[in-house]
Write a protein that binds this ligand. Structure first.
Ligand code: ADP
Length: 425
């Protein structure tokens, strides 16, 4: 990129210099036979300048920057050398000093090395130049000019070359800093987006919880008041219905409070476990039976091999996970849809899968549902807090296991709880 910009700039400078060169060549008075050489050099300078100008702006120039700069440097040196020789006869004209410009270009292109190489190349050029001048002007040959200018050129190469390298270093440091800043900026944006998402989830949660609390409370208060005020007028069945409603709604409230408490304990690291040997087959069968008893209209099948290995775990917590998965499978499936619970031992792990044929979960929501308060928008009409799977996964992980979902949206979901089997089994 830097060499490319530089070549563009130098190619423009050549074109700007051309009219001055042309005027100098046109108005000089030459010894016999020298003028054609001057015009050939001017012509070559013009053609080369145009060619490099076009090349610097083409795609070809963009691709081979180093070779382009090298060829351009050789071209400049040849043209400058030719002009130095052509004007050697001009007494008092320090024409050899245009080699300094060539040297400066070499430093800018290739740093100290470029400058030193050019200083070395220009020493014999200067020697020939002095020889030509001696012949034309009949002076005595002197090495002073060659030594003096070459010495100056070496110094210039060291100073300008150092400056150029310093600038290049600064440039790449600034570039690295800009990249770092860009990276930090992107990371910051990601964090801000994540924080926004979490705060939106929390806001949803507040409105959800207030709704989740108010609805059962209203039902409980309403039923209790009705029972209190109209007890004598109510039939036994009506009283039973109100009492059942109160029991169900208080259960719902207790579950909600339990989930909120569990979550805060998980977050503060005080969620406790009582580990022991858990006979998984029995645990799965009992949980399924309890879940089925609670809902007459739901058909839950359990396929559990009797020789399912023993795992080390907290049976109450594991039951809580399984109950949550079965509750969800029922809740997010159409009325009466079947739910299947399968258990098996695979690759040193016990795996319990809860399979439903309900609404399913889109791939982009499958991370969200395991987050605190994470609920899929389409299922928001169902009661819930979005805490169940967060708690369930935390319990699975505390057992050294995993809880994952796979789903075919519209056709159902499979939640898989994997637990490590005890080593001696
Ligand atoms: P809750 O059910 O109280 O909302 P969960 O953490 O148990 O909270 O579930 C989080 C979300 O995951 C649910 O709101 C629902 O959108 C989605 N979900 C969970 N289980 C299923 C399932 N079996 N089928 C479809 N969606 C489900």
């Amino acid at each position: 990129m830097q060499l490319r910009g530089l070549e563009r700039w130098i190619s423009l400078l050549r074109l700007i210099a051309f009219p001055f060169v042309f005027a100098a060549v046109a108005f000089a008075s030459y010894p016999p036979g020298w003028e054609p050489w001057a015009w050939v050099t001017t012509g070559a300078f013009f053609v080369g300048s145009c060619a490099f100008y076009l090349l610097a702006r083409s795609n070809l120039g963009a691709r081979h920057q180093f070779s382009q700069s090298l060829v351009a440097q050789i071209f400049d040196t040849v043209i400058v050398t030719s002009f130095v020789m052509v004007f050697a006869f001009e007494r008092g004209l320090p024409v050899q000093q245009i080699l300094y410009i060539d040297l400066a270009a070499a430093c800018v292109r290739f740093g100290i090395i470029g400058g030193l190489i050019l200083a070395a190349v220009s020493a014999p050029i200067l020697a020939v130049f002095v020889d030509l001048r001696v012949n034309h002007l009949h002076q005595a040959y002197t090495w002073k000019l060659v030594a003096f200018q070459t010495g100056l050129e070496v110094l210039m190469a060291l100073i300008v070359g150092w400056l150029v390298q310093r600038l290049a270093e600064e440039g790449s440091r600034a570039e690295a800093r800009a990249e770092e800043a860009e990276r930090l900026h992107q990371a910051e944006q990601k964090t801000v987006a994540e924080l926004r998402r979490l705060s939106a989830l929390r806001a949803d949660f507040v409105s959800l919880v207030s709704h989740e609390v108010r609805t059962p409370m209203a039902a409980v208060i309403g039923s209790a008041r009705t029972l209190q005020q109209r007890w004598p007028d109510l039939t036994n069945e009506q009283r039973d219905a109100f009492l059942a409603l109160i029991a169900d709604e208080t259960d719902r409230l207790a579950a909600l409070v339990g989930e909120v408490l569990d979550t805060s304990r998980i977050d503060s690291g005080t969620f406790s476990y009582t580990f022991g040997e858990v006979e998984l087959a029995g645990l799965v069968n009992e949980t399924v039976a309890t879940a089925e008893l609670a809902r007459a209209s739901v058909h839950i099948t359990a396929s559990v091999p009797p020789d399912l290995p023993i795992v080390l775990g907290d049976s109450a917590r594991l039951r809580q996970v399984l109950t949550n998965l079965i509750d969800n499978a029922v809740k997010y499936s159409p009325e009466g849809a079947p739910v299947e619970v399968r258990a098996a031992a695979v690759n040193g792990h016990a795996m319990i899968e809860v399979v439903d044929t309900g609404s399913g979960i889109a791939a982009e929501d499958q991370r969200l549902i395991f987050e605190k308060f994470g609920r899929v928008r389409g299922t928001a009409s169902k009661p819930g807090t979005g805490l169940g799977l967060y708690i369930a996964r935390a319990i699975a992980e505390a057992h050294g296991g995993t809880l994952e979902v796979s789903s075919d949206p519209g056709h159902g979901s499979t939640f898989a709880l994997t637990l490590p089997i005890r080593k001696d089994d």
